[in-house]
Design a protein around this ligand. Structure first.
Ligand SMILES: [Zn+2]
Length: 286
């Protein structure tokens, strides 16, 4: 084959590749499914949401940069945009991976409450947020983020704006989100503990959900019975590292979940956990 002909062949081949990728991405966005990935990133949280229209949300980034590989496996290789990033609170097992996500991806919106924490990690996060020039959204209760195609994220916590408040511990300041698509409801709880759980119940939020992301990796200081009663989940997911030094998840929480007849999944046992929903029925895949 002449060099010219080889070049034409190459161009045609490239066009075919680009065409097949674009039809793939359109097809994957038009299947009408909400997809939620609870990544196995060890001891920490990282949850990736894709709405049927392709809009994407990342809630927390885990304890290191493992989230980058998970995103690389889940998102098309050419996709370097994330519509919404949420930082539930600034503990290392939630914020660390997110800093590098902001550096590597174009992030349109960032949801976090800007509770001030004097730590180098929080300083690095704030620096990354400033550099990103995203739209920053305060997560104070009742805010509704419309992801399109009928998918919404509603904030259920914090109750009051926390901007500028200085704290040593931020578990009980965690952003809590209700993800809704038709009849499927998923409650994401960060690391809230009993105090915040009671506060949310008293505030009268509708907490009823099919799936509960168990707060604080199954710590015994979270997931009190009253909270489980309000949420009444069918499925619970614990994001937790194998043989972690905190003893998470605790037997107390596992027993409470069992008493409520909840089907339990955990990332240390099941690896990545994926939920798909067509707005009527959902399925848990692992
Ligand atoms: Zn945590």
């Amino acid at each position: 084959m002449s060099r010219q002909l080889k070049l034409i062949h190459l161009v045609i081949l490239l066009c075919l590749v680009v065409f097949s990728f674009s039809t793939y991405s359109i097809a994957s966005q038009k299947d009408g499914l909400l997809k939620v990935y609870f990544f196995d990133v060890g001891q920490g949280d990282a949850i990736f949401i894709e709405a049927p229209n392709g809009n994407q949300v990342l809630v927390d980034g885990g304890p290191d940069n493992a989230v980058l590989q998970k995103l690389g496996e889940t998102m098309p290789f050419y996709d370097k945009d994330i519509d919404v990033v949420v930082l539930t609170h600034s503990d290392a097992d939630h914020v660390t991976g997110l800093i590098e996500v902001l550096n590597r991806y174009e992030v349109e919106n960032i949801i976090y409450s800007n509770v001030v924490r004097v730590s180098s990690l929080y300083g690095a996060w704030q620096e990354a947020v400033v550099k990103e020039e995203s739209n920053v959204i305060d997560p104070v209760t009742g805010k509704i983020i419309d992801l399109g195609s009928g998918v919404t994220l509603t904030t259920a916590h914090p109750i009051e704006p926390l901007e500028g408040k200085v704290r040593d511990k931020t578990n009980d300041d965690s952003v809590v989100l209700m993800l809704k698509y038709g009849e499927t409801e998923i409650l994401l709880t960060g690391d809230i503990e009993a105090k915040a759980e009671r506060r949310i119940i008293l505030n009268g939020a509708d907490l009823d959900a099919d799936i509960l992301k168990v707060a604080h990796h199954g710590s015994k200081t979270s997931t009190i019975e009253e909270f489980l009663y309000e949420v009444s989940p069918q499925v619970a997911i614990i994001q937790v590292g194998a043989k972690n030094r905190y003893g998470h998840p605790t037997q107390e929480v596992l027993s409470r979940l069992e008493n409520f007849g909840v089907k339990l999944y955990r990332t240390d046992v099941d690896g990545d956990i994926k939920i798909i929903s067509d707005g009527k029925n959902y399925q848990v895949l692992k």
